[in-house]
Design a protein around this ligand. Sequence first.
Ligand code: TXA
Ligand code: MG
Length: 357
Amino acid sequence: MKDSQKQRPSDDLDAAAAAIREGRLVVFPTETVYGLGADALNAEAVASIFAAKGRPADNPLIVHVAGVEQATPLVRELPDVARKLFEEFSPGPLTLVLPASERVPRVVTAGLATVAIRVPAHDLARELLLACRRPIAAPSANRSGEPSPTTVEMARRSLGERVSVYLDGGPCRVGLESTVISVDTGGVVMLRPGAIAVDDVRRVLPGVAVEIASGGGDRPASPGMKHRHYQPRARVVAVTEDVSVENLRAALAACGAHGRGDERTKCMLMGMEGPVTGVAGALTRLGEFAVASVHAPGSLERYARGLYAWFHEADEARMDAIVAVLPPADGMGTAIRDRLVRSSSIVLDESGRERLS
Ligand code: TXA
Ligand code: MG
């Protein structure tokens, strides 16, 4: 193809905006992860998101808007607390669960009386929202159960021909899904940790009780919390930096990470620079494991940004196991731990107890 015939980004954007208006699916970048978008006011288009992802119908979607004004018709009210949070953190990696207006199709909210609203910060997401002049319902752009995509290639490999237009905005800056907070019934509850930490939220809302949802159970606060998530094909074992050789061996054996005949089990190791070294030593001492690659980010932000791409890389390289060292539960560390625990077959955390999922 000659250069002059190559699609320019503005052509892609026009095609994507047209696709949204015509009820088709578009993959677009956000600062957190790539989204699989459709016109939020078109119930049929939204239903096709669920079909393309293989997503359970009881898991509601986030509606993306260009600015808080575009959300006004979608909510019954915007409590002061919500207004403050949007003012402080939007556009950005924050999703607020608010009372839904009757304009929001039931398929978006999975029949709940609330709707999740987010103003993404990525330029291309914003341009798409402005160009199509519609709110866009979008979950992460992966088949249900897989890790979220942080590059357009990851999304394409997961969803292929099910999508009309793929918009490439480069690798996502944050790398983990947005913080989800419910401000529905007066109380403020953090449903999913993300780049905006609970301490950031408390700082903006002095005197307001901000709870953290416990997750799981029969009636989870956020329907998404009961579904399996973020899982690569390789078995993930999450450990602390001081894990013993014996515990590591037992965990890897228990999750069935072996099984390539006489070859040594191939594994990926990830964790903060420093803490990862001790675990690398333990793995080497195990002998039967070949550490095929190591990711040792120097900051929590880099850990978050790399996590899903490394999961993806492990699967491409047909690794048997991923050993992930849990970061401290602080700031972004809380969100990384949350995703690691959800993707793990076994967690050996500070409590010393082994958790199987
Ligand atoms: O960063 C993100 O949030 C990305 C990008 C594309 O914006 N989106 C994303 O969407 O991660 P998804 O569908 O993978 O996760 C949305 C989460 C789910 O856990 C869902 O259950 C919860 O938000 N959620 C959506 N609407 C809700 C509601 N009305 N009440 C409670 N939880 C809700
Ligand atoms: Mg998702």
